[in-house]
Each structure stands twice: as structure tokens, then as C-alpha cells.
Design a binder for this molecule. Structure first.
Ligand SMILES: [Zn+2]
Length: 254
């Protein structure tokens, strides 16, 4: 198994992970880079045109986790995009709005620059690309394994971040071995009266924990995410949003 971080590394937007095994490959999230021209210049499809992609899995409907999806449609992607029902509703709204904003921005740039531009500015994607990827959205339940690609199952659990949000655990079978990889997505905020508490996982071989907060907060969140921690080692890497913990964790009751 190979996992490539293709967004939100060294900064806080553009969340995306590309997971490849010998039999299948999936993207976990496909977020838009935001925050100025330097970040926005990174808005390319997270996978290359010749790279296999069996499915996309969404943790939640925010733009920095979904906003590059229409770029996949622009390149002809038709495979499923799995998400909880509420995330599907939020993602549909957000992508339609994003496509409208992209079109408006390109129009404004062309109007302001007029003859100074060698060729007219084009929107990153159009409403047609957004509609095409919205057609690929497929609902998944919480807490039940879903076959998302050959040899890969996924389980969504509540992450307490927004309506429909979930952390995703991948169960990957390869070379006769089974590995569990957790992608936290955004967690919390805690104690918001309209949100549920995030649910811990009991077992994982590898955890990708997203946070924009301090290392101390990361360690505290990661312990809660896994419910019981077999190690007190600090997160292994991450100056931006994604933190990788190459640890074997198991709760007593797992
Ligand atoms: Zn979010």
C-alpha cells in the first residue's frame, strides 16, 4: 500500500490523500486550495491522468475537502464519490456555488485586464463539471463497512464537525494481510450544542490526523480519536494540517 498526501501538507487547505494498493486505488477527500494566488495555483487534479482511481471518499462537505472534485469530472472521471447523505447534500450546494464563483472570478479578471491578457482567463471549472461530479455522489451509512474498491472497505464514523461529517477507516487487504488506516477528517468543535461528539476508533495501523492546532492538542485529540493509546510518542510529522502517526494502536476491547 502506498499513501500520498496530495493536499493540506505545509498549509491548511486542499485536503486529499491518494491510497494505492496492488488491486485498487481511492482518494480520501479532494479539497480546494484557498488563501491567495500561491495556494490557488496548486488547484490541479490530485491524481495524474493515467493514475487509476476506483472511487473518492469524502469526510465532510466543506470546500477545502471537496472543492477540487469538479476537476476530476473535467478530466472524465465517472467513478463513485462516496459520502454520507448529509455530506452529499452539502457538497452539492457547495460545488454549485463554487462553480458560480469561479465563473464570476474569471469574468471579472477578463473585464479588469481587458487587452492586457494574452488569452482570456478561464474558470477553474464550470457548473457543468460540478453537475457531472454531483451525479457520481453515492450515499453511505455510518458504522457499516462499504466496499469502495477491489480489496478496500471503508467505514464512516461520526467526527462531530458538521452535519454529515465522518472520520473514515479504510480496511485494506493486500498480500494476505489486513491493514487499517484511519483518516480523521476535521474533528470537533467539542461541546457545540447542535453537533454530536466524535466517535473513537478501536484499532488502527496508521492514523492521519488533521488539525490546525498545536502539537499538544494533536496528541490529545489523537488519544481521544483512538480511545486508547498504546504509545505516547509525538506525532511524526506535519507543519500544516496533516499529521501522520505510524503506530499500532488497539483499545482493550477491540
Ligand atoms: Zn471542515
Amino acid at each position: 500500500m502506498k499513501i500520498t498526501i496530495v493536499g493540506a501538507a505545509g498549509e491548511v487547505t486542499g485536503s486529499a490523500y491518494y491510497v494505492q494498493t496492488k488491486s485498487g486505488s481511492v482518494l480520501v477527500d479532494c479539497g480546494l486550495f484557498q488563501g491567495g494566488r500561491k495556494s490557488e495555483a496548486l488547484n490541479r487534479p490530485p491524481t495524474g491522468p493515467k493514475q487509476k482511481l476506483d472511487a473518492v471518499l469524502l469526510t465532510h462537505g466543506h470546500l477545502d475537502h471537496t472543492g477540487r472534485l469538479p476537476l476530476l469530472a473535467k478530466r472524465g472521471h465517472t467513478a463513485p464519490v462516496f459520502a454520507t447523505p448529509a455530506t452529499i447534500e452539502m457538497t452539492s450546494l457547495i460545488l454549485r456555488d463554487s462553480a458560480r464563483i469561479q465563473a464570476g472570478d474569471a469574468e471579472r479578471r477578463n473585464r479588469e485586464a481587458r487587452s492586457r491578457l494574452a488569452k482570456p482567463a478561464e474558470p477553474l471549472y464550470t457548473p457543468e463539471h460540478a453537475e457531472a461530479i454531483i451525479q457520481c455522489l453515492k450515499p453511505v451509512p455510518y458504522r457499516q463497512p462499504v466496499a469502495v474498491a477491489p480489496g478496500i472497505e471503508a467505514i464512516w464514523t461520526e467526527s462531530g464537525h458538521m452535519l454529515g461529517s465522518g472520520s473514515i477507516q479504510l480496511i485494506v487487504e493486500e498480500d494476505g494481510k489486513r491493514k487499517r488506516v484511519v483518516f480523521s477528517g476535521d474533528l470537533g468543535p467539542r461541546s457545540a450544542p447542535i453537533l454530536k461528539e466524535f466517535e473513537p476508533f478501536r484499532e488502527a495501523d496508521l492514523v492521519f490526523l488533521e488539525s490546525t492546532t498545536t502539537a499538544a492538542t494533536i496528541v490529545r485529540l489523537s488519544r481521544r480519536l483512538m480511545s486508547s493509546c498504546a504509545s505516547s510518542r509525538k506525532p511524526s510529522r506535519g507543519r500544516g494540517r496533516s499529521w501522520c502517526r505510524p503506530l499500532r494502536w488497539a483499545a482493550p476491547n477491540s
